[in-house]
Every structure is written in structure tokens, then in C-alpha cells.
Ligand binder design. Structure first.
Ligand SMILES: Cc1cc2nc3c(=O)[nH]c(=O)nc-3n(C[C@H](O)[C@H](O)[C@H](O)COP(=O)(O)OP(=O)(O)OC[C@H]3O[C@@H](n4cnc5c(N)ncnc54)[C@H](O)[C@@H]3O)c2cc1C
Length: 497
């Protein structure tokens, strides 16, 4: 059966044509190569995945195909488990090498990669996995990681060139089911447009002007939508490498006049990789408390609270506006994400695991390596970070003083006067009637009392910090991430070099 020798480039979270090491390596080989992407049923069905992720991937692939078509190349898409697809390919071709990036995903992708690794060993196929964005596989601590990362960020950008392929598109039984294709074809205009070209458009417009007020607006739910880089989905799905973004911003002529803003953004690119590196070492952070001592804390599950949080009907206007905005658009800024988590886990006293998959599905930029550690930091289960309680009323007054963002996403409150927009339940019945909203009827009353719930949360989380199990875990964590604090100081100095 086997006739042709073939190499494979397996795209994962690296859907781009430039600064792409696996594609470069495949081009250098004498054997022809095919580029594949796998829509794996087990991953599609996993609770962190949502149609918007798959749609972003699918449309990114379509744009890539346009770029590659002059070279008679395209991304060949399969619907099937990786092991079945590779088994099929191996049966029909003499596969010599598979090129891909290392994936720092959650347990399900980690386990899948272990199976593929065994498969490759059994069949004498070389699987060459390139390092992604300076993330090192399997390190025990952070000694020198920071230095390594900066070295990687300063390496030359890979200029990928493509030879013209003589292969015809492959016929195979792993075609996408029609129902799935119909779903993938859809794409809400409220989501950021996918693909490599759009990634560059966002990067360039940030450096050209949007980023000048980056720091001033970073926490404001409305203004941050234009002032932040909005690179996150492109970095998460690899339409852009972190190195491409780092070098472009670092060398941009506007950097001189916007030094603080651009440096702050570069620092966050470092955080991006720092968090993924953490997760790479312990992907159990998806389901287990970073500080295992917090597993001893009891939360009584309240379905009504969880549902209100998920649907943006808690009665706290900023919380609800943020949740509804992220459901509709796939993005909100860092502070608002942190506030949502703080509200669920501290004010509503719900286990952090009740919210992780919901937000993972909503975020167009879902990146397991950032999502779970960040979620746990805000929920206070790391035992090494200061726990912050975000008061949704204070945050509303400070970061959304004109109420425009709230009124956009919570239209029930669109006629509420400014003096009541942050706490509409304080209006008298007469005032409510004047602005066409009856609190408790058209818009919910607050589901918890803020002061009381904050005090309970503080006592519970802060009190638990002293528990011997938390203290013992803290030591273990500091040993693993011992160099973090030093690295962060160093990183601040290096970030604009
Ligand atoms: C609970 C929670 C969950 C989160 N989940 C994700 C996630 O799944 N994917 C994701 O990319 N970010 C996540 N973040 C981090 C952050 O909110 C987003 O990266 C940021 O809002 C993306 O917008 P931007 O691209 O305009 O960022 P910018 O502020 O312009 O920053 C540039 C890039 O730096 C990285 N970055 C920025 N802030 C952080 C941060 N605090 N930690 C790590 N990296 C950062 C991102 O890659 C971002 O694209 C989460 C934060 C919280 C509190």
C-alpha cells in the first residue's frame, strides 16, 4: 500500500505561515510534506471548548489556505482522533517525520500527545516538536528561564518560504461532518476577525496609535477595547508568535514617545509565557487547587448563584455588563475578568471550578496555560499571591463612571440616571417607574449583599491561609517557582531591550 515517502506538518496552536519553525524544517527536507489540522472529537466535546474557538481556527485556516494557494498548498483538515488519523496516514504513506510545535495544553492534549509519541516510536517516525514562544518542556524550576525567554525573543524572525507542491489534495474518510461545517462557517461579527493578516492589522494599529493610551485605559471596560492590543486570540491560536509581537512593538519608532505604554505591553507578553510555563510544569491546575491545602475549604454549591453569574443577572450592573459583553464578543479586559472571578468565588462563595469552563468557552483567546492559573490567582487558591476582592460597585464608579458600558450591555438600565447606574436598587419605586425599570422585576435585585459577603470571604480565605496544609504547600510552590520574584524584577528591566 505504501508508495510515497511523506513528511507531515501538524498545526496546533500555530496557525500562521511566518515565523514558523516546523514549516521551515519541513521545507528543508527532501521529502514532500503535507500540512494538516485535526478537529478531534474528544477535544471538541471537552467542556473547555466552544464553537467560537473552532470557528476562529477554521476561518484562520481558510485565510492561510489563500496565502498558500500560489504554492499549490493547503491545510488538509481531518475530523478524527489524532491516533486514528496518523494510523490512516501511516497505512497509506511512508511517513518519515512529523513536525509540530510542543503544546502546553491541558491534560487531554497532554495524554493525546503521549499516545502519538508512542505511536511514532513504534513505527520509527521521527516527531520533531519545536519549542513554542520560549516555553521549556519539563523544567523543574525557573533558574535561568527568564534569560532563556529573552534570548528566544531576540532571535531572528523566521522568514518562511514555500516551494510549489506537486501533491494533490488528499482524499480520506475523515471529512468534517456537514453539521459541523455549517457551524464552523458561521462567525459572529462581534468577534475579532481571525487569521494572520488580521493579527498584523491589530498589531500595527496598536503601535500606530491605539496603544498610546494603553495604560490609562487598560482597566476601563469600554476604552480598553480599543486601547489594549487585542492580540490575545491571535497569540492563543498562533496567528502571530509572541516573538513577532515582541520584536515589532520593541522596535517600533512610536516606542520612544510611548515608552511606558509599550513597555507595559511587552511585560505582558512576558507574563503570557510565564503563565504558560507554570502550567506546562503542572497542567493539573485545570482541576486541582494550585495550593492543595485549599482543597480542604468547603463551598456549598448554589445553582441559582452560578446561573445568575453565568447569565449576567446578578443584579450588579458592572458584573452583568461584563458577563454579557464577553458572551457576545469573546473579550473583556484583565481587571473585569478578575472581578468576575472574584465575584463568583469570593462574594458568591462558589468553588472556582464552577466557573472555569464557562469563561474558557466565552473567551475567544482561551489559553489553558494562562486561564487556569489566572483564575486560581483571582479565586485565592494559590496561597502565595495576595487575594484581591474586587468590589463591583467601586469598580463601576471608578472604571465606568459614565455608565456607557453598562447601558450598552444591560439595556434594561438604559434610562437609569447616572447617579443610580452603579446601584440601581437604591432607587425609590417612583424613580424606578420614571426610568422604566422595576428592580426585582425587569432587572434583578442584587443576589448577595456586598459588605457581608466580602467579610465572610475575607475571613474564610484569609483565615485558611494559616492552615498547616496551606503552609506546607506554600513551601513546595516557592521551591518550584523560587526564581519568579527575582525574574520578575529582572524582566521589568529587560522588557524594552
Ligand atoms: C480569570 C482570567 C482568565 C484569563 N484567561 C486568559 C486566557 O484564556 N487567554 C489569555 O490570553 N489571557 C487570559 N487572561 C489574561 C488577560 O486578561 C488577557 O490576556 C488580556 O485581557 C487580553 O487582552 P489584550 O490582548 O488586549 O492584552 P494586552 O493588555 O494588550 O496584553 C498583550 C498580551 O499579553 C498577554 N497578557 C496580558 N495580560 C496578561 C496577564 N495578566 N497574564 C498573562 N498574559 C497576559 C496576552 O497574551 C495579551 O494578548 C485571563 C485573565 C484572568 C483574570
Amino acid at each position: 500500500m505504501k508508495t510515497e515517502s511523506l513528511n507531515i506538518v501538524w498545526l496546533k496552536r500555530d496557525i500562521r505561515t511566518q515565523d514558523h519553525e516546523p514549516l521551515l524544517r519541513a521545507e528543508r527536507e527532501e521529502i514532500p510534506y503535507r500540512i494538516i489540522y485535526l478537529f478531534e472529537p474528544s477535544i471538541i466535546e471537552y467542556p473547555d471548548t466552544s464553537p467560537r474557538h473552532l470557528q476562529f481556527i477554521y476561518h484562520s485556516i481558510l485565510t492561510l489556505n489563500k496565502t498558500l494557494s500560489p504554492f499549490n498548498r493547503q491545510i488538509e483538515v481531518f475530523y478524527g482522533e489524532a491516533s486514528d488519523v496518523f494510523e490512516h496516514l501511516k497505512f497509506h504513506f511512508d511517513i518519515k517525520k512529523i513536525f509540530s510545535y510542543q503544546e502546553s495544553g491541558n491534560r487531554i492534549t497532554w495524554e493525546r500527545d503521549k499516545i502519538i509519541s508512542v505511536f511514532c516510536k513504534n513505527w520509527d517516525i521521527q516527531w520533531i516538536q519545536s519549542q513554542r514562544d520560549g516555553i521549556i518542556r519539563g523544567i523543574k524550576n525557573r533558574t535561568d528561564w527568564n534569560k532563556h525567554w529573552h534570548k528566544v525573543m531576540h532571535r531572528p524572525i523566521i522568514q518562511n518560504n514555500y516551494s510549489i507542491s506537486e501533491l494533490n489534495p488528499l482524499e480520506h474518510p475523515f471529512t468534517l461532518p456537514e453539521k459541523l461545517i455549517n457551524n464552523l462557517e458561521e462567525y459572529s461579527i462581534l468577534f475579532q476577525p481571525p487569521g494572520e493578516q488580521n493579527a498584523w492589522r491589530y498589531l500595527k494599529s496598536f503601535a500606530a496609535q491605539r496603544g498610546f493610551k494603553y495604560q490609562k485605559n487598560i482597566s476601563k471596560p469600554l476604552e480598553s477595547r480599543t486601547s489594549c492590543s487585542r492580540l490575545s486570540p491571535y497569540l492563543a491560536w498562533g496567528n502571530l508568535s509572541v516573538k513577532q509581537a515582541f520584536q515589532f512593538i520593541g522596535a517600533h519608532p512610536n516606542g520612544k514617545q510611548n515608552d511606558r505604554a509599550f513597555s507595559a505591553m511587552l511585560t505582558r507578553l512576558h507574563w503570557h509565557c510565564h503563565f504558560i510555563q507554570k502550567f506546562e510544569v503542572e497542567c493539573d491546575y485545570e482541576t486541582v487547587c494550585i495550593n492543595r491545602g485549599y482543597e480542604l475549604l468547603i463551598h456549598s454549591k448554589n445553582e441559582r448563584f452560578i446561573e445568575a453569574w453565568k447569565t449576567g443577572t446578578t443584579g450588579y450592573p458592572l458584573v452583568d455588563a461584563c458577563m454579557r459583553a464577553v458572551i457576545q464578543t469573546g473579550w473583556i479586559n484583565f481587571r473585569m475578568r478578575a472581578m468576575l472571578v472574584s465575584f463568583l468565588t469570593l462574594n458568591l462563595d462558589q468553588d472556582w471550578r464552577e466557573g472555569t469552563y464557562h469563561l474558557a468557552q466565552q473567551f475567544l483567546d482561551y489559553e489553558p496555560g494562562i486561564h487556569y492559573p489566572q483564575f486560581q490567582m483571582q479565586a485565592g487558591t494559590t496561597g502565595i499571591n495576595t487575594v484581591r476582592l474586587y468590589n463591583p460597585v467601586k469598580n463601576s464608579q471608578e472604571y465606568c463612571p459614565d455608565g456607557v458600558f453598562i447601558k450598552k450591555w444591560v439595556p434594561e438600565l438604559s434610562n437609569v440616571p447616572l447617579e443610580h447606574i452603579h446601584e440601581p436598587w437604591k432607587m425609590t419605586t417612583m424613580e424606578q417607574a420614571f426610568c422604566d425599570v422595576i428592580i426585582g422585576d425587569d432587572y434583578p435585585k442584587p443576589i448577595v449583599e456586598l459588605k457581608e459577603s466580602a467579610k465572610l470571604a475575607r475571613d474564610k480565605i484569609w483565615g485558611h491561609k494559616k492552615h498547616p496544609a496551606v503552609q506546607a504547600e506554600k513551601k513546595r510552590l516557592l521551591n518550584t517557582h523560587v526564581n519568579r520574584i527575582n525574574n520578575e524584577l529582572q524582566e521589568k528591566r529587560n522588557s524594552r531591550t
